[in-house]
Design a protein around this ligand. Sequence first.
Ligand code: FRU
Length: 481
Amino acid sequence: MTQQELLAKAAKKVTENQNKIEKDSNRLQFHLMPPVGLLNDPNGLIHFNGVYHVFYQWNPFETAHGAKFWGHYTSYDLVNWQEQPPALAPSEWYEKNGCYSGSAVEADGKLILFYTGNVKNENNERETYQCMAVSTDGIHFEKKGPVVYLPEGYTAHFRDPKVWKQNGIWYMVLGAQTESEDGQVVLYESNDLENWKFKGPIAGGNLNGLGKFGYMWECPDLFRLSGKDVLLISPQGIEAEKHRYQNLFQSGYFVGNWNSEKNVYEHGAFVELDHGFDFYAPQTFEDAQGRRIMYAWMGLTDEHEAYQPTIKNGWIHGLTLPRELALKGNKLYQKPVEELKQLRKSTDFNGQVSLENEKWSDLTGSISELAIDIQQLNVKMLSITIRDNLKLIYHQDQGLLNLERKTFKDGTPETRSCELASLRKLHIFIDTSSVEVFLNDGEEVMTARFFADPAEQKISVSANGQVEMFIEKWSLQAFPK
Ligand code: FRU
């Protein structure tokens, strides 16, 4: 099908499903979602001519993975978003099974996308092409076709170009799998964005002192922050260890120093970015104010996917809130961008709360922001229960925060954990069927989807012991759609 035919077919799918989708009480109100079908990775994040662009992996035709389009939203303030025509549809031979993930840069006043053309050939073997598309208005893109081909020594799991400029040179990192099934990040460089030179791996399993570390690394992103080089990756094939790597796939980072001339990246240990259930394939960009902002897919291709209740209404998944990154020592801190304060519609509660072996249930709301400042804590457990579905339980003696939710399949509880030596602050965003919990000013974050009974609105706090805290709670508004 031509790009036009694919776009027309997708538009029809949107219209056909609109009524049903709009009535879904699990629809997110201040997060980006697909108008229909499946969304996964954020792509092409850029602040271009004063406009924030968020593209995303989109399968308009099913609530399953398939030949991805690039859906597109724009905003002036990271809060109010406008849906734009899809930027890319998989119409050409080099991308016929999906315009897979990638990034955006600005060059000569143009917005340029790099993405992976995913192909399954006649023998059902995978082929991969790193492609380029160019736009003058930021809305309509002209495809230029492949600019990077698979080098020797790698399987066709070679994708997700992230491009940037440093000291006058263009660089591209890609997620890769070696023929011996190690995950790697490889680097290319270019002077003109069209001719790319392979420089080799910069990090990977069995490299730089790291042992075996999964079988594939997806969605790399290398950027400078506070004088260091941070590399984000989404590795696959890491075994769970006590409280770490509990999801099927991980997302995290290394902090180090990258010598671009020698192409050597010395880095520390891998650190997970999020400790909830639903966080994957993060990507960052630098905006005009010099902030490093990250979005991630608030989902995962795991066993939960097929049970998400929104599937029956024709859509699935969303993106996280935009989070500003800061590096303190060798630790990344994440905080929701300032602009999100614009979402605050009314203050529902603002005051001191002291609890001693009791439960406090004065708060309600499913589109809410909650800021809890803990002044004194002497408990066995401090628990916050959200809408009779999701629980945050801090075990002070173990220094462990558990996030518990009801499984989508049959409602039995399941848990993710985060080691936290002390709990001083919780900043929680609840958006109908999602929660993002920022701990101690973004030291750790836990992100999850959860599907509560729409009638159940209560938020309660209970202390098994004694707690002194200051609580602020706002009702948030939906961004106009
Ligand atoms: C990560 C990922 C990427 C790929 C895209 C396809 O979730 O698997 O590696 O480009 O999704 O939608």
